[in-house]
Design a protein around this ligand. Sequence first.
Ligand code: C5P
Ligand code: C5P
Ligand code: ZN
Length: 468
Amino acid sequence: MKELAKKAASKLKQASEMVIVSHIDADGISAAGIASQALDHIGMEHEVKFAKKLDEAYINELIASKPELVWFTDLGSGSTDILQDLDCIISDHHKPVESTGGSKKKPKTLFDFTEDDDMPVSDFLQVNPHFVGLDGSNDISGAGTAYLVARALDPELRRLSHLAIVGAVGDMQDRELGRLQGTNRDILADAEHFGVIEAIEDVNFFGRETRPVWKMLQYASELEINGVTDDYRGSMDFFMELGINLKRGENWRAWVDLKESEKKEIIEALNYYVPAENFMGEVYLLPQEKKGTELHEAKEFATLLNSCGRYDAAVIGLDVCKGDRGEALDLAYGLRKGHRKQLVDSIKIMQSVGISQMEYIQFVHVGDMIRDTIVGTVAGMLFGSGKIDDKKPIFALAEADDGIKISGRGTRQLIEAGLDLSEVMRQAVETFHGAGGGHNIAAGATVAPEQVNDFLELANEIVGRQLA
Ligand code: C5P
Ligand code: C5P
Ligand code: ZN
């Protein structure tokens, strides 16, 4: 990938101006933050655009604006079949389109070029882990691949490595092992070396910086402690029984406000119910940010970015990534509040609509009650809650501007059993002419409303085959 990144960087340098196109989620915004700062650094004029997905309508509009060169980050690899008319480079970790042998052109990668080749205009230079046999869902994020390009532009840009960690954590790449793995660890080494990330062993619950500890524990669904999880009184009692003050003065105490001896006591008490490896792991701090804020820890930082991107305000997240600690950060905090409420409400909505079962899959259609941009996040949150079947992938459907958005989510166990949701979306999209793709564990597509039933039948059949 380093070699791929070098090629990409040398191509970038030849342009006089360019457009960055990135995905709207935390990883995509972090990726754009890296790419944009890298171009600022080399003095390259550029514009940043965000997209929910790449489809022909979007690409045609992009082509009409006649960009000299486009840098796609955290998207692109799943769409090379519609990018022939653009001169572009791609840094992405989504599963690449494969050659269908028909009219579609096989995407070219670095390995199709020799050192002295001029880069042909319509071929694709992709920095993507899939081309070097690595797993795009765990090894590196979209922000990570953009970082490799930035690093190849100028080693000094290693100072941006914290954003690659935020992107990876935003895409949950630390989930499987309780810590980052693969290429992400090399990036982490850069980040620690430059003092932009500090990795510590700690509880890996969400909200260690900004949530009252009792709330953090109440929502830690991975614990499943009877009478504590999902129970605010029980959670408060848990701390009171340990003699730990929940407040200092008027303020609720967050995990970061506790003394080391208090943390130790809590961890020991939790360990009585649940094995420590279930709730301990590596936590990534941003030591240059203010302690006790969303920006001080990668998972909370990523959620702040999602709070922007998933509500049509990715640019605000970008400004925060680029260092705005004034207006953009204030706006992001506002959006964060809204996102928190949307997630809580949406989980309730999804449960009240009810999950329908097919033989190999389960699905839920929430109509216009949940935004198409968060329906996947909400579906993913239901795994492990006991409210859905953990043995089948879930497909959550919601109305979007241009059809029905479908978000698929699976579990690690299902992936090990053969599930590949990106393949399900790919095949479905070929059948129904929609747009879709993603990763084995999480993928999405948009189809026409009248195709929903056929889509579900087909998905059921494909998943059945994958798990056989
Ligand atoms: O578009 P992008 O690659 O950034 O998004 C990856 C998606 O995969 C995210 O929505 C993330 O939450 C999801 N994911 C997941 N479980 C994992 C890894 C990723 O749901 N273990
Ligand atoms: O939108 P959602 O969160 O369900 O997306 C899950 C994964 O599928 C993300 O990595 C996203 O980039 C990808 N996806 C895609 N093409 C689409 C929709 C989603 O590649 N049309
Ligand atoms: Zn990503």
